[in-house]
Ligand binder design. Structure first.
Ligand code: ZN
Length: 1115
């Protein structure tokens, strides 16, 4: 039987004779492939769970064997080196190869700094390749049944809890922090006291800091060094008080405490310097001794309250009003602070069930399930971008649920069983943007962070309180004690209302971690810049922009008084810069033995920024001219990276690498693998996987030492991004790509480079981070997407985390969720802020469990599904082939629509039918097939393709969706009708147009927003008013060829247009380049290639694609 997708027939002139719509991916269980899309059957990760032999690929796998340090670490004869003398040497490059060095090479020991013994310091636990990790089912089940591994857990001894019978007797279904409505003594209404500041006090690092300064990678989150006594965590049995606390006497029954104010503050909008307002933890006594409560309070019972009512801040309001899609998505949150209302009896567990049932009934009729015949209904796009669907939860839960921009699921209703999921033929997964800039983020300082003793889940809005002293975990259902400190509510300054604590009122919250979350003092912010200064690099002119940008922003680099910086430049040799305080000017030290790299003066290459700022500024001013006349064409990037790794190893930090050509000298040298003639004609795309494992291995070494590598690639030539990209991928860095960068020939790229550099240098950063994702018992995580290293089944190692990084996770249902009404997912990101605080950001998402296919379909999130499929298809392209990935995507559309037709539709009708919530699915799949990453038959540079793949894997969903399906607007007739009004600015809101040439008009002008790039297309007969009032040109013929900025004209049209474009740009952290194009423009093909609905020589039109789908489904 044919299992080929339509692509294999495409372009041959044949009819699209797909075989029966078997998913070829499901049919071909390829050895060595362990990616989600290879599951057999489709979307059943469980059955594919046999630990697959891991094939080669972009993310080659196989257990990562700790590699010995790169050769240059080994003892050897002193390499020839030429330390430049102080003084004039900086400006005159000394002759190379002149011996000897005045500094001995580094010894074999990795670093003298506070590191672990090598056995521990070498990264990885076995067999986890970051993107193809497959959990061993048995292992996972064990993990779910057993307490968490020691690395995660503080206290492995069973905590003193009630008898098991009481646990099993308690209601099973997790209920938000509703309380069993045993007795309803109404609590006094909370005061609306803001989170006021408590007198800050420094964190005592030494308190529980173990003697060894190292930081074992395996205990990053637990921060327990073997042999160290685990720090006490919620050690009290019920009604026993923390020993360190002054005895409070019997459980309080008096009025609210009069102690110092609470210890919680919201953080300011993200515009401020990151972490500038971090509040150090207050003294322990801060919570104030609780006073006796009001008379008559019954201990063990308290009023049942719905969660989340009095919490004031809307957690995710952006600083500026958002795009309609985002506004819609925000809706649950922007519903202003709710006045406290106590529903009679409160929705306890008993009430939840009918409530959910009612929701479920509603959901079977709503818009989401309206039947749409795609072949007839052509105009499917909403007027503004699609909002995220709202999970079908009781309003009180949904109101406090995690924001979809931060945390969302492909299915907002979770199937009860894996077999039900299999029937739906849609992928189940989570998409996260965990470190997103937030305008409102509650930050809690507390000496006790309340977590489940069994699974270490952080207390969250979706736990249930059995009574005032016990809460039940919503992930593992363990009953935990409420610590004494938690009885005090810093928000209302009241006592005895643990369910009103900010932790239980906010699905996104940040903790300032107490000392037990640290094994060593948090690392300082350390920034190392590694700069290509070869002839090619100098030609591009990037060095000027880089140096100027860093000079401009040097005081805005996130950090504190400990911040360190350093610089390495390289061509065929490696150049270090001694910036030690006291020197009259920077001193360049050249190491020409690139085979055995060493650090000439290890102590003065990374310097304190505050103390040495003048030297750093001197260097930045002189660097661009220093290499002006160089004729050196070779590039020893690999050696430069090794040197940089050595330099950063003792502290960890961020390495920013700027590269302009294919590295061609020494370790990590690469050769061109691209044949430009094959770009369009090749049946399948080769060389998507790395040519060498050098960059991956080095990245893993970096990850083990808390170093992330960000790669800026500025090149007109092929650079083998498939190989180079590994250096960032596995070290949790980012890749920035500026194809054809040239300071004169490509001003739009220069503009974008400048803006992105500014964002890069000044945005928030988290160091030595780990992210753990937990989910309710019965669900399991099996594949991650993004840039990271997977440390264990659910723990990602992120040497750096940045606010622009996204992640995706594939999930499966291991045990039936029969008796659950909701399930929860929790992502916890532990990181060191640039101010040296250990912080934990926790996001918790709650979703309903459903047992009918129609409910599953009704909750489908078409954008999240598309985003996750894109990640899966990237993996598939690399491990199998691009055509396999294309087939799999097509089949994802076929399978889900077929399942809908067969299992949900009660009345069969002709046509290609989809539920309204999936009406855009075929369009988005077609868009993916035509996306640079996956397209065929169109000339696509290999690096462009690989970069698009990298972006799809690590961009947050909102940005990926713009890449996949750009937004098109007509903008020559903008009006104020329906406009947004923001801070006295009027932002016109033109409607979204279909991506088809038929929507264009020669009399008009159109803006296409494709995420990283915007095109302003001018029709040949464009309204002259627009040309003169907006572009400032008299007629079409005089529109400049290289126009990338709109002039600031004092006309209403100009203001409207700039307001709209500016507002679009504000929606994302990076700066897209704008190209004004005409029919004659070189960039017109790029613009036209985004006309997804149109037919091209090599690809179907949207309508043809629908016919193809229908043909397959009706077979
Ligand atoms: Zn738990």
């Amino acid at each position: 039987m044919s299992s080929a997708g339509f692509n294999s027939q495409n372009g041959t002139g044949q009819a699209y004779a797909n075989g029966p719509s078997q998913n070829p991916v499901a049919m071909q269980q390829l050895p060595g492939v362990s990616y989600g899309m290879t599951h057999q059957p489709t979307y059943n990760p469980m059955q594919a769970k046999a630990p697959a032999p891991l094939g080669p690929g972009l993310y080659p796998s196989g257990p990562y064997q700790p590699v010995p340090p790169v050769s240059s670490y080994q003892q050897g004869p002193p390499p020839s080196s030429y330390p430049a003398a102080p003084g004039q040497q900086l400006l005159t490059r000394p002759p190379m190869g002149v011996a000897p060095s005045h500094t001995p090479p580094q010894s074999a020991s990795p670093s003298p700094g506070p590191r672990l013994p090598p056995a521990q310091a070498t990264p990885p636990p076995p067999a986890v390749s970051s993107s193809n990790y497959y959990a061993n089912p048995q292992q996972q089940q064990q993990q779910q049944q057993q307490p968490m591994p020691p690395a995660w857990q503080y206290n492995t001894s069973p905590p003193p809890m009630g008898p098991p019978s009481s646990m099993s007797a308690s209601p099973r279904g997790p209920v938000a922090n509703h309380v069993n409505p045993a007795t309803s003594v109404r609590a006094p209404p909370p005061s609306s006291a803001p989170y006021s500041a408590a007198p800050p006090a420094p964190v005592s690092l030494s308190a529980t800091q173990p003697p060894g300064p190292g930081m074992p990678p395996t205990s990053l989150h637990g921060y327990i060094q073997p042999g160290t006594a685990p720090p006490p965590m919620n050690p009290m049995p019920p009604h026993t008080y923390q020993p360190s606390r002054a005895p409070y006497g019997p459980p309080p029954t008096g009025p609210p405490p009069t102690g110092p104010p609470p210890t919680m503050k919201p953080t300011p909008p993200p515009t401020g310097p990151p972490m500038a307002n971090a509040t150090p933890p207050p003294p322990k006594a801060d919570a104030g001794p609780p006073q006796p409560g009001p008379p008559g309070r019954h201990l063990g019972h308290y009023p049942s309250l719905p969660p989340g009512y009095q919490q004031t801040p809307a957690p995710h309001n952006a600083t500026s009003p958002m795009h309609p899609a985002m506004q819609a998505a925000t809706q649950p949150y922007t519903q202003a602070p709710q006045p406290y209302q106590q529903p009679p009896g409160g929705p306890g567990p008993a009430q939840l069930s009918p409530s959910l049932a009612a929701m479920s009934l509603q959901s079977s009729t709503p818009e989401a399930l309206r039947v749409v015949n795609l072949l007839q209904e052509r105009n499917l796009l909403p007027p503004s971008p699609v909002p995220a669907p709202t999970p079908c939860l009781p309003q009180d839960l949904q109101k406090i649920n995690c924001h979809p921009e931060v945390f969302r699921s492909t299915l907002t209703s979770i199937p009860q069983t894996q077999s039900l999921l299999n029937k739906a033929k849609m992928p189940l997964g989570l998409l996260l943007h965990p470190f997103k800039d937030l305008s409102q983020l509650p930050v809690v300082t507390s000496s006790t962070i309340v977590r489940c003793r069994s699974c270490r889940t952080y207390i969250n809005p979706f736990v249930s309180f059995l009574d005032q002293r016990r809460w039940k975990c919503n992930l593992c259902y363990r009953v935990n004690d409420v610590p004494e400190e938690f009885m005090y509510n810093p928000v209302s300054r009241s006592y005895g209302e643990p369910h009103k604590r900010p932790e239980v009122q906010n699905a996104t919250i940040e903790f300032i971690a107490p000392s037990e979350y640290m094994l060593r003092p948090p690392q300082p912010a350390v920034y190392l810049f590694v700069l290509d200064v070869s002839h090619n690099a100098v030609e591009t002119g990037y060095l000027n922009v880089f140096c100027q940008s860093l000079l401009d922003n040097i005081n805005a680099l996130p950090g504190d008084s400990r911040t360190k910086v350093g610089f390495i430049t390289f061509d065929s040799t490696i150049h270090f810069y001694n910036l030690q305080e006291g020197l009259s000017q920077p001193q360049m030290l050249i190491v020409s033995d690139i085979e055995d790299i060493f650090l000439p003066t290890p102590d003065s290459l990374l310097v304190n920024l505050n103390e040495c700022k003048e030297l750093v500024q001197d260097l930045l001013k002189s660097l661009p001219t220093l290499f002006e006349k160089t004729m050196e064409t070779q590039s020893a990037l690999g050696s430069a990276l090794q040197a940089a790794f050595k330099l950063l190893s003792p502290t960890g930090g961020r390495m920013s690498v700027f590269q302009t050509q294919l590295p061609n000298l020494g370790v990590g040298a690469l050769q061109s693998r691209e044949d430009p003639n094959q770009r369009a004609s090749a049946k399948d795309i080769q060389h998507l996987s790395p040519a060498t494992d050098f960059y991956k291995k080095l990245a893993l070494d970096c990850s083990g030492q808390q170093v992330a590598v960000d790669l800026f690639l500025l090149s007109a030539q092929y650079c083998d991004l498939a190989s180079l990209g590994c250096i960032s991928r596995f070290s949790a860095g980012s890749v920035y790509y500026f194809p054809s960068y040239h300071h004169q020939h490509n001003p739009a790229q220069v503009e974008r480079f400048q803006k992105e550099l500014k964002r890069y240098l000044t945005r928030k950063i988290g160091f030595e981070a780990v992210m753990r994702i937990r989910c309710t018992k019965g669900l399991s995580i099996h594949t991650f997407h993004g840039n990271f290293f997977v440390r264990s089944t659910d723990l990602l190692s992120l040497p750096n985390v940045n606010p622009d990084a996204g992640f995706a996770v594939q999930m499966s249902i291991e045990e039936n969720l029969d008796d659950m009404q909701v399930v929860s997912f929790q992502a916890a990101l532990l990181y060191t802020s640039s101010k040296g605080e250990r912080r934990i950001r926790v996001h918790t998402l709650c979703l309903p469990v459903v047992n009918s296919l129609s409910d599953i379909f009704a909750g489908a999130d078409v954008q999240a599904i598309t985003g996750l499929l894109a990640c899966m298809a990237v993996d598939r392209s690399v491990t199998a082939s691009l055509s396999d990935a294309r087939d799999a995507m097509t089949n994802a559309a076929i399978d889900s629509l077929m399942s809908y037709r067969q299992s949900v539709l009660t009345i069969q009708q002709p046509g290609l039918l989809a539920p309204a919530c999936l009406r855009l699915f075929p369009l988005f799949i077609l868009a993916l097939l035509k996306q640079k990453a996956f397209r065929t038959g169109t000339s696509t540079r290999l690096d462009d393709r690989v970069f698009a793949m990298l972006q799809l894997k690590y961009q947050p969903l909102a940005y990926s969706m713009l890449m996949i399906h750009p937004a098109l607007y007509r903008i020559d007739d903008l009006t104020d009708e329906g406009a947004l009004n923001i801070n006295d600015r009027t932002i016109p809101q033109p409607r979204l147009l279909q991506l088809s040439v038929e929507k264009l008009s020669r009399e008009a002008a159109f803006l296409m927003d494709a995420g990283m790039v915007m095109y302003l297309w001018i029709g040949r007969n464009c309204n002259p008013n627009f040309l003169s009032q907006v572009l400032g040109v008299p007629n079409y013929a005089t529109v400049p060829e290289n126009m990338y900025l709109l002039p600031e004209l004092d006309t209403a049209e100009s203001q409207r247009t700039r307001a709209f474009i500016g507002w679009l740009k504000e929606q994302r952290p990076f700066s897209p380049s704008l190209h004004v194009i005409r029919d004659e423009s070189q960039l017109k093909p790029s613009f036209m290639q985004n006309m997804i609905e149109d037919r091209t020589e090599s690809a179907l039109s949207y309508y043809e694609f629908l016919l193809h789908l229908q043909q397959q489904i009706s077979k």
